[in-house]
Write a protein that binds this ligand. Sequence first.
Ligand SMILES: C[S@@+](CC[C@H](N)C(=O)[O-])C[C@H]1O[C@@H](n2cnc3c(N)ncnc32)[C@H](O)[C@@H]1O
Length: 310
Amino acid sequence: MEERAHSPVLLKETLQLLCLKDGGVYCDGTVGGGGHASAILRQSSPSGVLYGCDRDGDELKRSAEQMQESFKGRCHFQHGNYSQIETLFPGVLFDAVLLDLGCSSMQLDQSQRGFSFLADGPLDMRMDVSQPLKAEAIINDYSAEQLADIFYYHAGERQARRLARAIVEERTLRRFVSTRQLADFIEARMPRGRQKIHPATRVFQALRIETNQEFLHLQLALEKLIPLIKPGGRLAVITFHSGEDRIVKEFGKASTRDYIFEGTVDIPELRKQRPPLLKVITRRPVEAAEDEVKANPRARSARLRVYEKI
Ligand SMILES: C[S@@+](CC[C@H](N)C(=O)[O-])C[C@H]1O[C@@H](n2cnc3c(N)ncnc32)[C@H](O)[C@@H]1O
């Protein structure tokens, strides 16, 4: 199979923890460049089956064509959001499911997709180009409070309020339409100082998360996935952002308890007993070894958490 540009992170660790076997039924909810998906198919040869989806239709099409060629009859693909997995592959139960979150290097490298400010492009940032909401509408139409909240809560930007106010003021003169325009504006208001990262990095991350409603879809998907995994089957999630990792960790905590509680506060007298749904396989998240980080700097922030369905 022709190599695509995206190198799958934590590949060896993920394959091992998914406990792949010949004849298994697997799901990759984030096929992207197909690195993990094709490795899952190879390792579950000769008869393992993979169901894969991605909300980026073009990306999925390219990867699917290559895999259908190499693994005839063993893979099924659907364009769609992993938070609707039950409708994409109705009636299928999986031996293991993988979600490798965020966007792919191919998406980042295509300037016309607007994910990156390294090259100029439209403020788009949609993973699924059939969705109406673009980053441009968020940056130009959200109120200063809404912008400050997404900069702070999605990406931990400390200057969230100041930046949001400056953006809203600038908007009265001209709309923000391109990635470089926005990045240059932020850089001019917030000089780099001793920071290693570009001052616009967090704002771009926050805009991408908001455009694609990434936290919401992750939350929905985790809840839906448990009944779709066979007892003894595994769920592996690779995150690149502390906000995503927190969602996975909290979901893991709630699903491994032998009780539930209503609301946000756990009051022992109000607990309702029920058997735990999952068992933790990775007490601490698995991180990339030094040599992987050297070869692929994106792996630096990757965290892999794995659970087993009881
Ligand atoms: C990090 S890449 C996956 C790379 C892939 N594991 C590989 O080895 O090539 C993440 C992919 O997930 C997709 N994605 C992100 N959120 C999604 C969602 N809610 N539903 C489906 N796909 C999603 C993105 O479009 C992107 O292609």
